[in-house]
Every structure is written in C-alpha cells, then in structure tokens.
Design a protein around this ligand. Structure first.
Ligand SMILES: [Zn+2]
Length: 388
C-alpha cells in the first residue's frame, strides 16, 4: 500500500521536460478469466507511448522506463490479484513501485511533467471491516473482511461452534452449553446472533453483513441484537453450505458499494444545500480551491471525470485556474499543471481532509464535479450561525 506521506512526496516531484511516467495496473474482475488480455493491454499502452516518442519526439526521456514496464508486462498475466502503481522518472533516478488493493478504475499509462495521482483517490477512502455470516437452518459460517481480504473465522453446525480452527475467534467458547441439546433452527439462529454480537463488540468491527436464502431472512433477523442491526450493511442471497469465500467477498463488496453510494449522495446533497443557503458548502473548483487554501475544508467530494488545467506557484504552491505566469498571491513564477486534481489531492491528504470519490454523478456534474463540506467559513462566524 502507499501512504499519504508517500503520495504527498510524489506529488511534489516536477519534471519540466515532461518525463514523469505514471503507470496504473488494475487486474480484471474475478469473473473475467481472460488474464491474457491484461498483459496485452499493458503492452499496447506501452507500445503506443513508445510510438508517440518516435513520431513526435515526445516521451523520449521516458523511453527507458517504458521499456522496463514492457519487460514486466507478462507478470500481469493473472498471477496477481493486486493492482499496481509505478511512478518513474529515469533522469531523476526515480522508480517507485507499489502494490495496491484492486480498486483502481482502470489500467493506464501517462507521461507528463507531474505524476498523475487522481486514480489513487478511490484507495484513500477508508473501507470498514465487516463481519459476515453465511447462515442456513443448520449451518453458519463466519467470515471477516478487511483490507480487501476475506478470512473464514468460524463455523457452526446446529448451533454448536466447531473448535480447532486455527484462526478461530480466540477465547470464544460458545458459552451456551445449555443450548447444545437444542438443535432446532431457532436455537441455531440465536446462537449465531449471540456470537455475532460478542465478536463485533470485542473486535470493534464496524459493519455486519448476513448471507442466507431469502426465505429464512425473516427468521434470522428477529434474532439479531440491536447492536448488530445498527451495524448491518445488508443481507445477500447465498447458499451457506457451498459458498466460496471469494463469492462472499464479492457479494459484500456489492452491498458496501451500494451503502457507500447512498452515504455519498446524502453528503453531496448536504453540501449542495449548505452552499445554497450560503453556509458550509463549496461547489465548483474555484470555490473549493479558495476554501482549501483558507483551511476551511472538512470533506472533499471528487467526481471520477473531474480534470482541469491550471497553474501552481513555484514559491508558495498556490494553485490557480487562471493560466497566469505569475502567482496571484506572491507574484512569483508559476508552472502549468495538466490536471489540478493531482496537487489538490496531495494537499487534501497533507491536511488530513476526508476524501470521497464519486463515480459519474449527475448532481456533482452540474456543480463542476468537485465540492466540499466546510468546517467553518472564514468570512462568517459560522459557529454563531450554527448556534442560532
Ligand atoms: Zn505564490
């Protein structure tokens, strides 16, 4: 994984000759078994960048780095479920390679004067740890999903926890000896519900998901404790006896994405509402940039297709969308930036701002594909305003 500090450091590297190479590799979805295409895609991207350098003299200084990636292309032939990022600038002796969770939007290659950081945005959002139970009338299997990995932790048969799994939940003994003789489904559901409660409380897991056949969800749900229900991300259809961990992960990822989408939409509407009443909302690049430089931003919302050219001051790092050669703040020379999203993300990370990345979204599109929820307004006494 790549740290926020590393991203900030990478964002500061500038190649006036335009030799900064950024490469992102995103493996194909698990369902798509055509891994051969992955290596072919990488080779095509590199070859067209190399052809570009021969035709127009562009990318020439990135030739060594491009050839190095071409040499690696066969590694991408499906033997890894990891995504990858490479930041390279041959003349500056820079080659940084990171394994990432497979959450990038696509494989891409860019040669430019700055490293391209926006594709990292989806990774910078914290994903919750999820406890998952796949349940049927006699069996239950418990999984934990964290950092893009799913691990089966425990299983139950008619309410009895099976001991001896090496990665079982340490110290949990079931504690329900009196129930061990009851093997009806209700007692089984109750035992599993108690286990889910104990596990989430002890481990501090943030979310819970339940997989079961549709017809028994109405029997399981009343057994779940309020603490568990408060953390429930949803339920999904599954056959607990035969389901594979990877399938469970896929279903839970889908539930999480839906839940995440709803939350982001709520947040976006809150920001739009706040901006509409001249409150703690900033819409559009110009307004967001100003709020960022004033230290007002609490949460940044960035749409997938957001991109805008601009300039950045070589002295004070002020970012401006007026393409002026001198800084509007301190008067020093500026340099052109292909996409202000890159320095903007780096700055947001350095300031510890929450980042939310939205796939294509009509509402955010209409306000300029970028928006921010503010913690205060420097030009208003917001705390007074909120208190009223
Ligand atoms: Zn300046």
């Amino acid at each position: 994984m790549i740290t926020r500090d590393e991203i900030r450091e990478i964002s500061e590297i500038y190649s006036p000759e335009g030799c900064a190479l950024t490469f992102y590799y995103q493996p194909a979805l698990p369902l798509d078994k055509s891994h051969r295409h992955e290596a072919i895609l990488v080779k095509d991207l590199v070859r067209s960048a190399l052809a570009e350098s021969e035709k127009h003299g562009r990318n020439d200084c990135a030739r060594q780095d491009l050839e190095r990636i071409l040499g690696m292309a066969d590694q991408f032939q499906g033997n890894s479920r990891q995504a990858k990022a490479i930041f390279a600038c041959y003349h500056r002796g820079i080659w940084r390679e990171y394994d990432l969770p497979p959450m990038l939007t696509r494989t891409q290659l860019v040669v430019n004067s700055r490293f391209h950081l926006k594709p990292l945005a989806p990774l910078l959002e914290a994903k919750p740890r999820v406890l998952v139970a796949a349940i049927d009338r006699t069996k239950a299997r418990i999984f934990e999903l964290a950092d893009e990995k799913i691990v089966e932790k425990q299983d139950f048969f008619t309410g009895l926890p099976r001991k001896g799994k090496s990665d079982g939940f340490a110290g949990y003994d079931g504690g329900h000896a009196e129930r061990r003789e009851l093997n009806d489904a209700m007692a089984h559901f109750k035992t599993v519900a108690d286990f889910l409660l104990a596990y989430t409380q002890r481990s501090g897991i943030e979310r819970v998901a339940i997989g079961c056949r549709d017809e028994i969800w109405s029997e399981i749900k009343p057994n779940l404790h309020k603490y568990t229900l408060d953390r429930l991300v949803g339920h999904f259809r599954v056959d607990a006896k035969v389901v594979l961990p990877a399938e469970v992960k896929e279903k839970v990822d889908y539930l999480l994405a839906e839940d995440d989408g709803r939350k982001k939409l709520d947040l976006l509407r809150e920001v739009i509402g706040e901006a509409g009443r001249n409150g703690r909302g900033a819409l559009g690049l110009r307004r967001v940039l100003r709020s960022l430089e004033m230290g007002e931003v609490q949460t940044l919302l960035l749409e997938d297709k957001f991109a805008a050219p601009g300039v950045q001051c070589t002295n004070c790092n002020h970012i401006d969308i007026n393409m002026s050669h001198s800084c509007g703040v301190c008067g020093n020379p500026t340099i052109a930036i292909e996409d202000v999203a890159d320095p903007l993300l780096a700055r947001a990370m350095a300031a510890g701002i929450d980042l939310h990345y939205l796939p294509a979204n009509g509402e955010l599109d209409r306000v300029g594909r970028i928006a921010a929820l503010l913690r205060f307004r420097a030009d208003q006494n917001t705390s007074m305003k909120l208190a009223v």
